[in-house]
Design a protein around this ligand. Structure first.
Ligand code: FES
Length: 117
């Protein structure tokens, strides 16, 4: 399926070292994160541990610390850092001229179970 990019916000709308939630028709929503280098990542807003809202976590480097039990989730893969195990779904994201885009087709699909590589 080809990608169909939809603008969701500006990079400036995402707090540095924080996240913004993108609502969608199917749950859970998607969280888009911004790190200290203004890199933007998109993950399902659900921790692979017990479903904590990753959008409320603190970003450091290319990871987010889950607000519930502090698991560290890699923003580029959605996978928990060892010794924890499990991954949450990641989403394609594109940044162009300061705008953040997500893939509409991907957004409209129900969440997938993601297995660690
Ligand atoms: S729910 Fe995220 S660390 Fe437990």
């Amino acid at each position: 399926m080809s990608q169909q990019w939809k603008p969701v916000c500006s990079v400036a709308d995402i707090p540095v070292l924080g996240a913004r939630v993108v609502k969608r028709a199917v749950q859970p929503d998607v969280a888009i994160f911004r790190n200290s280098e203004d890199k933007v990542f998109a993950l399902l807003d659900r921790c692979p541990h017990k479903g904590g809202p990753l959008s409320q976590g603190i970003v450091f480097g290319e990871r987010v610390a889950c607000p519930l039990h502090n698991w560290n989730i890699a923003l580029d893969t959605g996978c928990a850092a060892e010794p924890d195990e499990g991954c949450t779904q990641k989403f394609s994201v594109k940044v162009e001229d300061g705008r953040v885009y997500l893939d509409v087709n991907e957004l409209n699909l129900p969440a997938r179970e993601v297995k660690a590589a």
